[in-house]
Ligand binder design. Structure first.
Ligand SMILES: Nc1ncnc2c1ncn2[C@@H]1O[C@H](COP(=O)(O)OP(=O)(O)O)[C@@H](O)[C@H]1O
Ligand SMILES: [Mg+2]
Length: 328
């Protein structure tokens, strides 16, 4: 069996090169002696999956992919098209969906992640009905702040308008935030609407700096996603919560780094409670985004992701991660 290769998205302007966003990762892989192939991400999303995998050689064996997020249904088609060429993605379509979409991982992480509920919805179905929303609010306990997202992404950059719900018992305002979220997601709405109880997490820049494991680097400003605009309405001190992104391969943490939205902020989370959950999920390559509760009572799983489509902050040393992938 050959060592796994990694497929990257091709540069849409130059299909023989990796997409510029992934070029440094591809370069690191090459320096490590790893094999890489290119796929056409746009063709994949357009449903032309044969075209998407055209440059992957026949019978090339085991593959990981590193690239942009792919809807679960397109990943399944990608997996089949590669299998037809004698290449096998090491994350199955079912495994991808369970790490990539909140309802897929929530049951395993329940208790370690903010309480959540969801309303399945197709992009064509429009907004959820008032009764559906009221029932979802009820399932979350009926009151207190919450956040809105879909099975995969939030609109955290439109925090007040389409993400943060100050009070669940105000059903009219829940409806407004959800409607706006659905409207802005448009055809990209993934799976349905998720409501999650809001929890206060430790932030960079004072106040929470005493919390174990948070390393507040001088000058770490939070980047474009941080800062007061992004944090309005969060009731905090104007900085985004500090999240650590942990990359797991076969149940072991192979890289603990910053969240790509705030590459200058690092954290050293306690992984004791998360490790058995990652193992229970049973997916080989996943990420967990962890934040420390503001009251210091421990680390919470903000989000789980498939490691193939989780963003890797530029400038991080990815050689250990990539070495592990091609040895897996
Ligand atoms: N339940 C929650 N309580 C408090 N803050 C949250 C909660 N869920 C998300 N957030 C904040 O919103 C941001 C975006 O949410 P997340 O679920 O990670 O969606 P995305 O996929 O868009 O990154 C998180 O990085 C975190 O700062
Ligand atoms: Mg996130």
């Amino acid at each position: 069996m050959p060592a796994p290769a990694i497929v990257f998205p091709a540069d849409p302007l130059n299909p023989r090169r990796p997409d510029p966003h992934f070029a440094w990762e591809a370069r690191t892989l090459r320096e490590l002696g790893g094999e890489q192939y290119l796929v056409d991400h746009d063709a994949l999303l357009a449903g032309d999956v044969a075209e998407a995998v055209r440059r992957v050689p026949e019978d090339c064996g085991p593959l990981w992919c590193r690239g942009w997020m792919i809807p679960a249904v397109d990943y399944a088609a990608f997996d089949r098209a590669l299998a037809d060429r004698g290449a096998n993605l090491l994350t199955s379509a079912a495994g991808y969906a369970s790490a990539h979409e909140l309802p897929g991982w929530y049951g395993v992480f329940e208790g370690a992640t903010p309480p959540s509920t969801w309303i399945p919805l197709s992009p064509a179905a429009g907004r959820p009905g008032a009764e559906q929303l009221a029932a979802a609010v009820e399932r979350l306990g009926g009151h207190g702040p919450a956040i809105v997202k879909d099975y995969v992404k939030s609109r955290k950059h439109e925090w007040d308008e389409a993400c943060y719900v100050p009070e669940l018992s105000d059903l009219a305002s829940v409806g407004r935030v959800v409607d706006r979220f659905v409207e802005l997601q448009g055809e990209f709405l993934a799976g349905g609407v998720v409501l999650r109880r809001y929890e206060e997490f430790a932030r960079a820049g004072g106040g929470d700096g005493t919390t174990d494991g948070l390393v507040n680097e001088p000058g770490a400003g939070g980047g474009p996603a941080g800062g007061p605009a992004g944090a309005r309405g969060r009731g905090g001190n104007g900085e985004r919560p500090v999240e650590a992104r942990v990359w797991w391969l076969d149940g072991e943490p192979v890289l603990v780094g910053p969240h790509p939205d705030a590459p200058g902020q690092s954290a050293e989370p306690d992984l004791t409670g998360v490790r058995p959950l990652v193992r229970a999920l049973g997916c080989r390559f996943v990420t967990t985004d962890l934040a420390s509760r503001a009251d210091g009572s421990g680390w919470r799983v903000v989000e789980v992701g498939d490691g193939q489509v989780s963003d890797l902050p530029r400038g991080i040393d990815a050689s250990g991660l990539l070495t592990s992938l091609i040895a897996a």
